[in-house]
Design a protein around this ligand. Structure first.
Ligand SMILES: NC(=O)c1ccc[n+]([C@@H]2O[C@H](COP(=O)([O-])OP(=O)(O)OC[C@H]3O[C@@H](n4cnc5c(N)ncnc54)[C@H](OP(=O)(O)O)[C@@H]3O)[C@@H](O)[C@H]2O)c1
Length: 256
C-alpha cells in the first residue's frame, strides 16, 4: 500500500536513501540521522506499520507486508519515484517476542521459534536484497547496510546460547557475503556492509540491558549517526570490490 503520493519535491531531492524496517528504534534514528546529514536527502521508509502521525517533509513512508511479491511491488513504486538510491539500510530483526525468548540450552529450542526468528532476521532481509538487484545496476556507488550482530560471528562465539538469534544472524551474514560476490558482476560499485550496532537501547535489547555497563549501552541516535558516517565513508571510497564488510559501530572489523 502506498501511503504517500509522488510529489515533485521528492523528484527534486538529489540524494535518496531507503530505510527498511522503519518503525524500529535504530531505523527511526537512522532516518533522522540521514535527514540531518544532507539537506538534499530524501528518505524512503518502509515498514509493516502505517506511517507515524508526524513525518518530516523529506521522508516518504510506505507500508509493506514483507511478502516476496509485496517487496517487489514496493520497490517498483520506489523506482518510479527515484532512478537512483545510493544508501540502503535493512534494519529488520527480532531477538524475543511475547512467545519467543533466546534459548539458554538446547532443550529450549522450538521449531516454531526457530522459523520465526530466521524469517525476520535472515529471510526478510534476503528477500529485500533479491528485489533490490534491478535497482542497483546503475553506475552510482551504492552501499547496502544490513543490521546484523556480533553474536552472528561464528569465530567469535565464546559464550554459546541464543541459538536461533546467533544462527539466523550467521545465515544473514552468509546471505550478504554471497550477494556481494554476485552483485559485483552487475553493479561493480555496490558494496555491502553487515553492521553490528553494539547494545543499543531499543525494545529488542530491553530485557537484556541490566548486565550492560552504562557506557556500553548506546542510544539509537549515537549508533545511527556512526552507521550513517561509516556508510558515507564507504560510498566515497567507491571500492565496490565484491567484498562484504562485517563492521562494528566504531568502524572496526568483526571476524566472520
Ligand atoms: N538493539 C540492540 O542492542 C541490537 C544489538 C545488535 C544487533 N541489533 C540489530 O539491529 C537491528 C534493529 O534492531 P532494533 O534494536 O532497532 O530493534 P527494534 O526497535 O525492536 O526494531 C525491530 C525491527 O525489526 C523489524 N521486525 C520486527 N518483527 C519483524 C518480523 N516478524 N519480520 C520482519 N521484520 C520485523 C521492525 O520492522 P517494521 O518497521 O516493519 O516493524 C523493526 O525494523 C536488528 O537487526 C537487530 O538484530 C540490535
Amino acid at each position: 500500500m502506498l501511503d504517500w503520493e509522488i510529489e515533485p519535491d521528492a523528484k527534486r531531492m538529489s540524494n535518496a536513501a531507503l530505510v527498511i524496517g522503519a518503525s524500529g528504534g535504530i531505523a527511526r534514528a537512522t532516518t533522522e540521522a540521514l535527514l540531518a546529514s544532507d539537506a538534499n536527502m530524501l528518505v524512503i521508509a518502509v515498514s509493516r506499520s502505517s506511517a507515524p502521525t508526524k513525518l518530516d517533509s523529506r521522508c516518504r513512508w510506505m507500508q509493506c507486508s514483507y511478502e516476496d511479491q509485496g517487496i517487489g511491488e514496493t520497490l517498483r513504486e520506489i523506482a518510479e519515484l527515484r532512478d537512483v538510491i545510493t544508501k540502503v539500510f535493512i534494519c529488520n530483526g527480532i531477538l524475543h517476542s511475547d512467545e519467543i525468548f533466546p534459548e539458554k540450552r538446547v532443550e529450549d529450542i522450538e521449531r516454531e521459534s526457530l522459523h520465526a526468528v530466521f524469517e525476520a532476521n535472515a529471510v526478510v532481509p534476503m528477500l529485500w536484497v533479491k528485489n533490490l538487484k534491478p535497482l542497483l545496476r546503475g553506475p552510482e556507488p551504492t552501499v547496502i547496510c544490513v543490521l546484523s550482530a556480533r553474536v552472528g560471528s561464528i569465530s567469535d562465539n565464546k559464550k554459546g546460547g541464543w541459538y536461533a538469534y546467533r544462527a539466523s544472524k550467521a545465515a544473514l551474514n552468509m546471505f550478504i557475503k554471497t550477494s556481494a560476490i554476485e552483485f559485483a558482476r552487475i553493479a561493480p560499485k555496490s558494496q555491502f556492509i553487515v553492521f553490528h550496532p553494539g547494545t543499543t537501547d531499543t525494545p529488542l535489547s530491553s530485557p537484556f540491558q541490566a548486565s550492560v555497563p552504562a557506557d556500553r549501552l548506546f542510544s539509537p541516535s549515537f549508533v545511527a549517526n556512526k552507521m550513517v558516517q561509516i556508510v558515507e565513508k564507504y560510498i566515497r571510497s567507491e571500492t565496490g570490490s565484491g567484498e562484504a564488510h562485517f563492521l562494528a559501530w566504531d568502524g572496526s572489523t568483526v571476524s566472520w
